[in-house]
Design a protein around this ligand. Structure first.
Ligand code: ADP
Ligand code: MG
Length: 674
């Protein structure tokens, strides 16, 4: 065994798994301390200790307020959906506890230190990817890279089915559809595997569709039947509800192998054994299955392919064990889905293959044997203003499903004569309406030289790395003014809080720890302001001073740089990418005519960090003088108040100091007679 072992971690919504590369160079699963391959992604925050996995899952029905489940669904949000012990907690901290257990037990099992590749759903956006890396960092885990789950799954199937060489290179061209239905999420991806090339063609998914939704349908069915019989509803009591959810999940599992089962429902001292056939189960949940088929069809359509173009169907995720899934896919594709690997091991195994590949490359002594090309799962755009309609719009610069790394540039123009500053607001989302997109970063280019005519060109370039990092560059030709911004997420933990949490998790020895070692302020409720990253302007100011020193995102990561050829370079004014899948990557037509159609807004003196105040951005910059007067008035007022208080205090101590002869509380005024 090497000193440091590359491992792959499938950090799942409901279950997590770890794989490594064994002494024969093949992937193998790691067993946790309980001797199991799958670790429930559940954390129990007990007074005494923090427990992850099977025991935590058992406690979920009893200690409802102490157990965190499905934190992955909330990644990227400020706090986990539920209060834990009455307190808010960031979802990435919960994930960090899971990673910590996985890491420690893997190191114990393998007898080496580990470096990991963690997988995320392909549709995870930038914020959620970063939150996942943060979770790894807090756990004290060295994260080699983040890789998309379907890509990992394809690598694992490739290895198992023998269509990869020993070094991971695909032997022949195959078009693989990865259908991943887990506990809480659905993810479908079309990949093309060629010798030396693993390429994602298109991907889509649903963050809120998974086995749990099948459970929910069954739970509603059973609870309705119970309510009809006894007049009381088990969903109204948290304890009964948790037990009901466990019962229906078990029934669902049974129906994967048997044709009928019974659901045992208990509530308010009464019990019901409801029998259920596989047929009935199919009927109750048909609309959910239909939704997955629709999404899969969309992925094929976007990639310009049909069901008949699929040469292999890979089933990933525990929910694909429901027979209705392979049955449906076989009907659609005409081929039997591959079952050469357990659906809940594929992702971790593939991540291990990928981790080895990353480490080999990092060692620098091996030429990369194959390249992995992913796509961006959400469009990245910029807030512009349509010159004719004057409406704000999301101008897409790198369209979704563009192979990564991608580079695209687009020209804009200034809005007014003598414009002094420009706001670059980076949006993520498909809609042209900015309000339907999320703002993922903002920067202001200031101090443009005076006398610029309206319509002066501005060139904005996005560089999106394979590691999901975005670097934005805005240049005003002829002015030597440019701005470079390495995008950091605006939401999420600040680096200080991240460090604090890391210390908290590091202080823990083994799996047992005292909850009281969580610093009090970390247990407390977090307000949005506490969690806000520094304003974009501050981060950008640094970059703007040394514009050429900021490396492009891909170049910043040695792995990313080698991972794929820069096939998506775009230089045309309209940002038409020259990538192979041009059909999928064309920018939205609504972004209008070349050049002058979209303008960039000037900025106010200050960077406005909240979208709500973005209106002020449009105002010209003559507010500076006014502000100075405000400040001056403020100084004068506070100085006067301070002096008066000082005078009164002085007089209270020594009435003789009252040379103005005013009334001072507690000091008797000299009487007139005297
Ligand atoms: P995730 O990746 O979201 O953590 P998994 O791939 O581990 O999810 O899948 C978990 C889901 O798979 C759960 O909803 C579970 O009920 C379901 N599942 C596991 N085994 C079976 C089975 N035999 N039949 C039906 N569903 C199953
Ligand atoms: Mg999964």
């Amino acid at each position: 065994m090497p000193d440091v072992q590359p491992i792959g971690i499938d950090l799942g919504t409901t279950c997590s798994a770890v794989a490594y590369i064994d002494e024969h160079g093949k992937t193998a699963m790691v067993r946790n301390a309980e001797g199991e391959v799958l670790t429930p992604s559940v954390v129990l925050f007990d007074e005494e200790e923090i427990i992850v996995g099977r025991e935590a899952k058992k406690a979920a029905g009893v200690e409802v307020g102490k157990v965190a489940e499905c934190a992955k669904r909330d990644m990227g949000r400020e706090s986990y959906a539920k209060l834990i012990n009455g307190k808010e907690m960031p979802p990435e901290v919960i994930q960090a506890y899971i990673l910590k257990k996985l890491m420690l037990e893997t190191e114990a099992a393998l007898g080496t230190q580990v470096k990991a590749v963690i997988t995320v759903p392909a549709f995870f956006d930038e914020v959620r990817r970063k939150a996942t890396t943060d979770a790894g960092e807090m756990a004290g885990l060295e994260v080699l890279d983040i890789v998309n789950e379907p890509t990992a799954a394809a690598l694992a199937f490739g290895e198992a089915a023998g269509y990869l060489e020993d070094d991971g290179t695909p032997r022949e061209m195959m078009r693989v559809l990865v259908y991943d239905l887990g506990g809480g999420t659905f993810d479908v991806t079309l990949l093309e595997l060629r010798p030396g090339d693993v390429r994602t063609l298109a991907t889509d998914g649903d963050t809120h569709l998974g086995g749990r939704d099948w459970d929910q349908q069954l739970a509603d069915h059973a609870a309705d039947a119970f309510a009809a019989q006894y007049g009381s509803d088990p969903r109204e009591d948290p304890g009964s509800l948790v037990r009901l959810m466990r019962a229906v999940e078990e029934a669902k599992h049974t129906l994967s192998i048997r044709n009928r089962t019974k659901i045992h429902v208990e509530h308010a001292g009464q019990a019901l054994d409801l029998s259920l056939t596989r047929e009935e189960f199919y009927d109750i949940t048909a609309h959910l299955l239909e939704r997955t088929a629709y999404t899969a069809g969309e992925v094929l359509r976007v990639a310009g392919k049909t069901w008949q173009d699929v040469s292999k169907v890979l089933l990933v995720g525990g929910s694909t064990r429901m027979p209705m899934v392979p049955e449906m896919l076989e009907k659609l594709t005409g081929i039997e889905p591959d079952s050469s690997i357990y659906p809940d091991e594929a992702v971790a195994r593939g991540a291990a293959v990928f981790a080895r590949y990353v480490m080999d490359q990092g060692a620098g002594d091996k030429q990369p044997s194959f390249t992995v090309v992913d796509v961006n799962s959400h469009s990245l755009g910029i807030l512009g203003i349509d010159q004719e309609t004057k409406r704000k719009e999301n101008v897409i610069i790198i369209a979704r499903n563009t192979p990564l790394p991608a580079r695209a540039a687009r020209n804009f123009v200034t809005k007014t004569d003598n414009q002094k500053s420009i706001v670059v607001q980076v949006l993520e989302g498909e809609s042209t309406a900015p309000e339907h997109c999320s703002v993922i970063g903002k920067a202001v280019l200031r101090n443009l030289p005076p006398g610029l005519k309206q319509g002066w060109p501005i060139r904005v370039t996005y560089q999106y790395g394979t590691n999901g990092r975005l670097s934005v560059r805005a240049v005003v030709p002829g002015t030597e003014r440019e701005i470079v911004m390495e995008l950091e997420r605006e939401q999420g933990l600040s680096s200080d809080r991240l460090k604090q949490w890391k210390q908290t998790l590091t202080a823990e020895v083994g799996r047992k720890r005292s909850a009281s070692t969580i610093p009090a302020e970390q247990q407390s409720v977090m307000t949005p302001t506490q969690r806000k990253a520094p304003p974009a302007a501050q981060r950008v100011a640094k970059a703007a001073k040394t514009p050429t020193a900021t490396p492009a995102a891909a170049a910043a990561s040695p792995i990313a740089a080698q991972r794929a050829a820069p096939q998506a370079t775009t230089t045309a004014p309209q940002a038409t990418t020259t990538a192979p899948q041009a059909t999928t990557t064309a920018p939205q037509a609504t972004t209008t005519a070349p050049q002058a159609a979209t303008v960039m807004q000037p900025a106010a003196t200050e960077v406005v960090s909240s979208p709500a105040s973005s209106e002020t951005v449009l105002r010209p910059k003559n507010k500076k003088g006014l502000k100075v007067w405000y400040y001056l008035a403020g100084y004068i007022i506070s100085a006067t108040v301070g002096l008066s208080i000082g005078y009164v205090l002085m007089c209270m101590i020594n009435p003789e100091a009252d040379f103005l002869n005013i009334w001072v509380p507690g000091v008797e005024a000299p009487s007139e007679e005297e």
